[in-house]
Design a binder for this molecule. Sequence first.
Ligand SMILES: Nc1ncnc2c1ncn2[C@@H]1O[C@H](COP(=O)(O)OP(=O)(O)OP(=O)(O)O)[C@@H](O)[C@H]1O
Length: 205
Amino acid sequence: MNITLHNLGRRFNQEWIFKGIDYTFSSYQSYAILGPNGSGKSTLIKVLTGQLTPSEGSLTFQNNTHTIEVDELYQHISIAAPYIELIEEFTLNELLDFHFKFKQFHPEFDIQKILHLLEMEKSANKSLKFFSSGMKQRVKLALACCSDSKVVFLDEPTSNLDVSGEKWYLDLITATTADRLLIIGSNQEKEYAFCDEKFSITTYK
Ligand SMILES: Nc1ncnc2c1ncn2[C@@H]1O[C@H](COP(=O)(O)OP(=O)(O)OP(=O)(O)O)[C@@H](O)[C@H]1O
């Protein structure tokens, strides 16, 4: 899928967070959205994923020759971000069952393979509310990357991960995102060093 931004801007009240963005995020490429704390990375990702509307300009989502409307977008994307909460009353098994009622599996995965990938077979019947923050972050990343979506958005992907979790994240990216559009919001190079393109939000202040 290609996502094309036409003179895109977003403000909160009187404050422009970014404006005048003309840019295309192209199929099969990986992009890092870069900028310091508070610069607007998450805001841009929320606009790109239809969680926020633009204040000016527009976006088009093009899958081959087919234009996707913003209300259909959720069928084509997956997201892991600090502001996307897990349903903590569910056990891990229940959460995976629930999630994959709405999403298809990435061709390489099923529930057992995801539990194995997460190294959480023994926690499958434990409620998410009892998971550590690093375990929850792994679950968020696995749900996003192991769904069969054209576009994967990851905002601050290694937050709460330790050094072995960071390596696990990089292995997950290699295993699941080669043939998709990948967009990462980050200000830590270890999270995005492998990306094809770097997009600096401060250019559009
Ligand atoms: N709902 C909102 N209402 C008002 N202002 C907001 C809202 N959401 C974000 N902002 C403001 O927009 C600016 C950009 O915030 P955003 O979270 O997009 O930055 P970020 O680059 O993702 O930051 P970080 O690296 O700290 O996660 C900040 O000044 C923030 O206070």
